[in-house]
Design a protein around this ligand. Structure first.
Ligand SMILES: C[S@@+](CC[C@H](N)C(=O)[O-])C[C@H]1O[C@@H](n2cnc3c(N)ncnc32)[C@H](O)[C@@H]1O
Length: 418
């Protein structure tokens, strides 16, 4: 088998980090305060987090989708504005998103190699790994995955995801597809063909209805539909789409839905160690799968939390314990009014999301109720209904990404400074 080499190629056992729980979120209070999380959203560097997950999860993850940086050598800011003109980038309100910058190709390949090797170890014997890249590095990745999965491994598909969009290129055809490679550890991998069937085209239906000889006598089940080809068209997530979060390079839910439905079953464990806006976990949660997702960016974790809060899945937010806590006290511009059935927020801050633990134990934040800014209108509910609050703790995240925690006793002091 041909093997790809690069300067500095090596595999060492990465140092695991210890993980600490930052909060547990019970969407709309479901299961508060006792239900066990079905999902984990973890902040930190994914190599050392995967190493930390190995003792519990080696060979136990049923589906892994990986959408790493593509070796574009660009920075991808996140958009936090609403209603600006998409054609005028100079007018967009931006904050830091994530970086895809590398000293050279060798270091990028080493980055992929180490992480894909750990994903391979975490993958279950019947599981599937999907790796999403584009023309910058997909050819190298194919060889790397061939090596990692070895002779027993199965290369399942090279999926081409096509889309439209503006392009400045005038000296070549517009590059409007990504490549998704899928691999399994053996031929006995999960593939639910019936879960992803789609209607035959009108042309095919007309042909088969008009002639018995079409298809050399093989008549497809036109009612049941067909298993999709390995080239998929889904529109990219654009400004006017409701699912758009503003987090850069967000992938469409429809794309992940096809992957999750085809390659996992209800109750399976789905992981995405390059979480971004959280599309994989969102789709997994919507379809009754458990999930683990990691990202090194606080904004990614926040975006994923916002989206997951709209599902029914109870999930934990965790972090590499060596990182600073996500929320810090700062009540200068916030007033909180606690009544018997509700908590009301008063602030001049531009709040994106807020949540309440009505019975805080002073250690682990259990989010029993949440409110977030509406994608389109920008409106945010300033009052949250909550049954008999005791020791209330509030957490809020501003549009700019500031994360504030207020123990209600502390609020009494800061209220005057409002
Ligand atoms: C292409 S984006 C993922 C987009 C995602 N699929 C979505 O639908 O929104 C890649 C993500 O990987 C994260 N990332 C890159 N390197 C990482 C690392 N070493 N550890 C953890 N996260 C990393 C970036 O912060 C970024 O959010």
């Amino acid at each position: 088998m041909p093997i790809l080499n690069w300067k500095g190629k090596h595999l060492a056992d990465p140092r695991p980090v210890s993980l600490t729980q930052d909060s547990i979120l019970y969407p709309m209070g479901k299961g508060y305060p006792r239900s066990k999380p079905e999902g984990r959203v973890i902040l930190g560097e994914n190599l050392s987090i995967m190493a930390a997950l190995l003792p519990e999860y080696e060979g136990r993850i049923d589906l892994i989708y990986a959408d790493p940086p593509f070796f574009t050598n660009r920075k991808f800011p996140a958009r936090i504005g609403r209603g600006e003109d998409s054609r005028k980038p100079s007018k967009w309100k931006l904050v830091a998103g994530y970086q895809d910058s590398w000293p050279d190709l060798d270091s990028y390949l080493q980055f992929l190699y180490e992480r894909l090797s750990l994903m391979h170890r975490l993958l279950s014997p019947n599981g599937t790994l999907y790796l999403h890249l584009d023309w910058h590095a997909d050819a190298y990745a194919r060889l790397i995955l061939d090596e990692i999965f070895g002779e027993k491994g199965v290369f399942i598909n090279e999926i081409i995801w096509t889309y439209h969009g503006p392009s400045p290129i005038k000296s070549a055809f517009n590059r409007k597809h990504d490549t998704i490679l899928s691999y399994a550890k053996s031929g006995d991998y999960t593939f639910n063909a019936n879960a992803v069937r789609e209607p035959y085209s009108q042309n095919t239906i007309t042909t088969f209805n008009s002639s018995k000889k079409a298809g050399f006598g093989k008549v497809p089940d036109l009612e049941r539909g067909k298993v999709p080809e390995d080239w998929w068209y889904f529109p990219v997530v654009a400004r006017l789409h409701n699912e758009r979060t503003g987090y850069p390079t967000q992938k469409p839910e429809a794309l992940l839905e096809r992957i999750v439905l085809a390659s996992s079953n209800q109750g399976d464990l789905v992981a995405d160690f390059f979480c971004g806006s959280g599309t994989t976990s969102l789709v997994a949660a919507k379809h009754g799968r458990r999930f683990i997702t990691t990202d090194a960016e606080v904004r990614a974790v926040h975006t994923a939390r916002n989206r997951l809060a709209e599902t029914k899945a109870v999930f934990s937010i965790e972090r590499d314990a060596s990182l600073k806590g996500l929320f810090s006290p700062d009540g200068k511009k916030i007033k909180v009014h606690v009544a018997s059935g509700s908590v009301r927020l008063e602030t001049t801050l531009d709040v994106d999301f807020w949540e309440v633990d009505p019975d805080w134990d002073g250690k682990l934040f259990r989010s029993a109720a949440q409110a977030q800014r509406h994608v389109r209108s920008g409106e945010l509910p300033m009052e949250i209904k909550i049954g008999s609050p005791r020791r209330v703790c509030i957490r809020l995240v501003t549009v700019q990404g500031k994360q504030i925690q207020l123990d209600i006793q502390a609020v009494a002091h800061t209220a005057d400074r409002f």
